[in-house]
Ligand binder design. Structure first.
Ligand code: ANZ
Ligand code: ZN
Length: 820
């Protein structure tokens, strides 16, 4: 019988669903396992082959876990609020609800065709009022705990999309979505105070099993740095009494203070000085004006060339009382730290570049050595400094031992940081790069922020019993030219009574950003239909945390951080049972178009899975997605690849008829191979080395080609291994081989350690009892292999001769002796 993927795949998909084989059971004798991938945004274009990669990866994990005896939760849903659907509504007039329904129907259909072992009873949709009721409820908890506040903030404004963008959504000064140049605008926005959780988010990372790269990116994003605020007295200020003037700098390297050769302040700071009456020359004033203009034009990218001007004021270094000049420069930011720095050209690249351009002093004060011994005498110190990269234009970065630093010379720099801070009367200070989360959009397709504004009472929460605040129907989805949400035009909806004083009040018309619903969706899967709560605490206790979460690298600093913050907050107010939502987080690489370009609709190089499934089958597609390359790396699509996996499956199919009970010739070597394959596939799945797992299975199948018959016992083990990767064909062949249960109810195969021990040993080659050669071989080398090797041995072969030996004695793992 020919391999008919269409028939087989439809048959098993129906079977799994009818028998509810992939449904997660709340509470069970079995241990639980929660496997998760990032739920998709249901776009109008349907799935493309890049989406599928993480889905299949996590499906393999889930299927393996079921076979290992776990009660698995493997859910899916739709992250459906957001711009593309809204822009589609603006263009076509089709309501976002209708478009979302159509798109998610299509995604669901495609995911079913792939044979993903999802629990379809737990499907969720962030735009369903029964879902966003709880997103709103959670927002109110933030509000009640003082973590949601309104502030006027400079925002990145996309003039085309008419939307405020988070910093993360601005790429190279342009809107991430449409590529339009982003403007800066001052706007009232709702903010979530994620900065209050900066330390908890850092601390929490320590015990998590996240890829090191993921941890590093989150740490950098939070950007904790410990430094000091240090005051420098000023001299030569005119227009104000001289005595009390000083400038305060923020530095992460107070240990380098003896190397400070000038003070650099931002033009914004200089402006403040002028505002309080300092007299500054016209030349300097012109420089300030010019620089401020330049800075605003350069936007987020910052200025290209460093410029500055010496303003004639002098600062006294509190460490050694030396006078150093004060400069206004364009590379110090007005809104970071104090807007003023002590510049240490020898140890900071930016300061060095500037000092070179303006001919300022460079004074090294830290030697990069592992111990003070290395620089104790002047000669070795000179040698160390000569080797430093200063000469070639790079600052000396990092820790070391202090030199040229008065009584601190010889001290390790880490220690010197705080000793010097103390000595100069500075203040130790912790700073973060993390900023609060802009949490409102002036658009339509999002969760309405459930607040009411009353002239008398201020912002008042919508009472819980009135949640959800549903999105009203509108005729026009276009944002208004005044920058307000289209909701602002729905007067009947906006006008409400104040819940507190019953006076006339107005609803908030901003909606939440598209990161809101995805910040807690993993909680909802544990109890998706609950009407009384976002989830039953008992179910949360049973299922949480997520055991394995896979997602994109591009979400590491946004969604992953936001959702950890969200969960930590819910934990703190006692409504979720675990501090950290995800135990383990991995990431997949992108799939690029043939030739290595990014797949995109505009380039017309997107590959849709529908036709591939039709032609080659879901199993072949799944297998190719896993075989295409290392899971965590970007790889280019190659149509020949899927033809290859499809041919492989045909070969597997044909092998099915070779399986036979009982022992057969050559069984030993095949038995060893299947055990090795079990070990390889078992371990490779755990490290997401799916590609090498597939190639191990290919090696096994190749080996089988040379056998007339295959022992049923071995064949069945192979099918168990194949099941997570190509589940349909595996089920069909399993049934044909006499299997009674679905493979998901069978046990994951184990390997026999004795049969795969691959330690190498020295094998003696003897001829008539005399050792003629020693070769290192694997411990499991068979007699046949050993004979072959002996004949290849240049040392032993002449003694064996070409005649057939009278007798061959083989002691596995020790020796082979030819009697000639
Ligand atoms: C002296 C120094 C010596 C510094 C040295 C660095 C190296 P991170 O670590 O990124 O937080 N800085 C402070 N405020 C600044 C501002 N408003 N604009 C531009 N740069 C500013 O950076 C902290 C360092 O960035 C601070 O430590 C300061 O330079 C600079 F060998 O002070 B440092
Ligand atoms: Zn009121």
């Amino acid at each position: 019988m020919k391999y008919n993927h269409k028939k087989i795949e439809a048959k098993w998909q129906k079977f799994w669903e009818q028998k509810k084989l992939h449904a997660a059971k709340d509470f069970s004798q079995k241990p639980k396992y929660y496997a998760l991938f990032e739920f998709p945004y249901p776009s109008g274009d349907g799935l493309h082959v890049g989406h599928i990669r993480p889905y299949v990866g996590m499906d393999i994990i889930s299927r393996k876990r079921r076979m290992e005896g776990y009660n698995v939760l493997f859910p899916v849903g739709w992250d459906a609020f957001g711009l593309p659907t809204e822009n589609y509504a603006i263009k076509t007039g089709i309501s976002p609800e209708i478009a979302t329904k159509k798109n998610s129907d299509n995604f669901r259909r495609q995911m079913r065709l792939l044979g993903l072992s999802l629990d379809w009873n737990r499907e969720i949709n962030t735009t369903d009022p029964n879902y966003y009721k709880w997103t709103q409820w959670m927002f109110l908890q933030f509000f009640k705990h003082g973590l949601a506040y309104k502030a006027s903030v400079p925002i990145n404004w996309c003039p085309k999309d008419k939307i405020g963008l988070a910093n993360e959504e601005v790429i190279g000064g342009k809107c991430e979505r449409c590529g339009t140049e982003v403007e800066q605008r001052q706007k009232e926005q709702w903010m979530l105070k994620i900065t209050a959780y900066a330390d908890k988010l850092l601390e929490g990372l320590k015990d998590l099993d996240f890829l090191p790269e993921i941890k590093r990116q989150q740490e950098n994003w939070i950007g904790k740095s410990e430094g000091a605020l240090i005051k420098f007295a000023l001299q030569g200020v005119t227009g104000q009494p001289n005595s009390k003037h000083f400038v305060e700098v923020f530095t992460t390297r107070p240990d380098t203070i003896f190397g400070a050769t000038f003070i650099a302040i931002a033009p914004e700071v200089a402006q403040k000085w002028i505002a309080v009456g300092w007299q500054i020359s016209t030349e300097v004033k012109n420089y300030i004006a010019k620089t401020l203009k330049e800075k605003s034009e350069a936007g987020n990218e910052g200025v290209k060339e460093k410029t500055g001007i010496n303003i004639g004021i002098r600062a006294i270094n509190p460490a050694n009382q030396e006078e150093i000049p004060v400069w206004i420069v364009n590379y110090v930011l007005g809104d970071v730290g104090t807007g003023a720095i002590m510049a240490v050209p020898a140890h900071d690249d930016r300061d060095l570049a500037f000092a070179k351009a303006y001919n300022l002093d460079v004074k090294p004060v830290v030697a990069r050595v592992g111990s003070f011994e290395e620089i104790k005498d002047p000669i070795s110190l000179a040698a160390v400094m000569k080797k430093s990269c200063l000469g070639s234009g790079f600052a000396i970065l990092g820790e070391g031992f202090l030199i040229n630093s008065g009584q601190f010379s010889g001290m390790p720099s880490e220690k010197a940081k705080w000793e010097i801070t103390k000595a100069v009367g500075g203040k130790r200070e912790i700073k973060y790069k993390l900023r609060d989360w802009v949490f409102s959009r002036q658009r339509y397709w999002g969760e309405p922020i459930p607040l009411i504004h009353c002239e008398k009472c201020g912002y008042v929460p919508v009472p819980e019993k009135n949640l959800p605040v549903k999105l009203p129907k509108v005729k026009d989805y276009q944002p208004r030219d005044d920058g307000q949400s289209p909701l602002a035009s729905v007067e009947k909806w906006v006008k409400v009574k104040c819940p507190q004083c019953k006076g006339i009040a107005k609803r908030e018309t901003d909606v939440m950003p598209n990161w809101a619903g995805s910040s807690w969706y993993f909680l909802r899967y544990t109890d998706p239909k609950n009407k009384k709560n976002f989830s039953d605490i008992k179910k949360l206790k049973y299922w949480m945390p997520v055991d394995w979460y896979n997602g994109g690298m591009e979400h590491v600093t946004l969604h992953l951080l936001y959702s950890r913050f969200w969960n930590q907050f819910l934990y703190d107010i006692g409504v979720v049972p675990v501090k950290e939502p995800y135990k383990k987080r991995t990431a997949h690489g992108l799939i690029l178009a043939e030739g290595g370009m990014k797949m995109s609709k505009s380039k017309g190089n997107v590959i849709n899975p529908d036709s591939l499934i039709k032609e080659f089958g879901a199993d072949a597609l799944r297998l190719y997605e896993m075989f295409i390359g290392p899971f965590n790396q970007a790889v280019a699509w190659d149509q020949r690849g899927i033809m290859g996996t499809s041919r492989f499956l045909e070969r597997v199919w044909n092998l099915g008829s070779k399986s036979e009970n009982g022992k057969i010739k050559g069984w030993n070597s095949l038995e060893r191979l299947i055990n090795k394959t079990i070990k390889k596939v078992t371990e490779d799945i755990e490290s997401m080395s799916f590609n090498t797992a597939v190639s191990a299975m290919m090696i096994f199948v190749n080996e089988c080609q040379s056998f007339e018959k295959i022992p049923a016992e071995i064949w069945e083990k192979f099918l168990l291994l194949l099941a997570p990767f190509a589940p349909h064909i595996a089920e069909e062949l399993w049934m044909k081989a006499g299997g009674k249960k679905s493979l998901s109810q069978e046990n994951w195969p184990e390997y026999d350690k004795k049969l795969i021990d691959d330690a190498t040993i020295e094998l003696l080659i003897q001829v008539n009892g005399k050792v003629r050669d020693k070769i290192s071989v694997s411990k499991s080398t068979t007699q046949a292999e050993a004979e072959k090797l002996a004949f290849q041995s240049a040392k032993a072969q002449p003694f064996i001769g070409s005649q057939k030996p009278k007798k061959i004695i083989f002691v596995p793992g020790k020796l082979i002796n030819f009697v000639v």
